[in-house]
Ligand binder design. Sequence first.
Ligand SMILES: O=C(CO)[C@H](O)[C@H](O)COP(=O)(O)O
Length: 145
Amino acid sequence: MRISLASDSLDGVAPVLVSELEGRGHTVIARGAVSGERADWAWCCARAARDVAEGAADQAVVCCWTGTGASIAANKVPGVRAALCVDAATAAGARKWNDANVLALSLRLTSVPLLGEILDAWFDGAPSTDEEDMANIAYLSEMEN
Ligand SMILES: O=C(CO)[C@H](O)[C@H](O)COP(=O)(O)O
């Protein structure tokens, strides 16, 4: 999968994100501090989200110290459903019930072992085909139009 990866700093787990993603077979599009380009959280996380919306990436991972700014910025991009995930269960739920296409991470809260659990759950997950779950996602799209 093509993953756009943005972080506003190289704190915490940010330096291992490329290898964690590539080690799972993904191709990384680097944004923000990971790439050396503009790294203010609103800009670089929205840039990664736009990569998804525009079809340059299949999904994105966006990071800032809290994870909140990263998720807020990504969710401003139409077509993006960004979820701030602090553990594997949240990541699994975000993929299943929210059909989330952008994983937001807190560099403050996410240790390297926890990152591995979150990424495994995220990439193992798939959107629910339950009618009610799909209707919720359709409603999000309706709100954008
Ligand atoms: O968590 C964040 C935004 O939600 C930022 O990472 C936090 O504000 C730190 O930014 P800076 O290093 O520019 O002061």
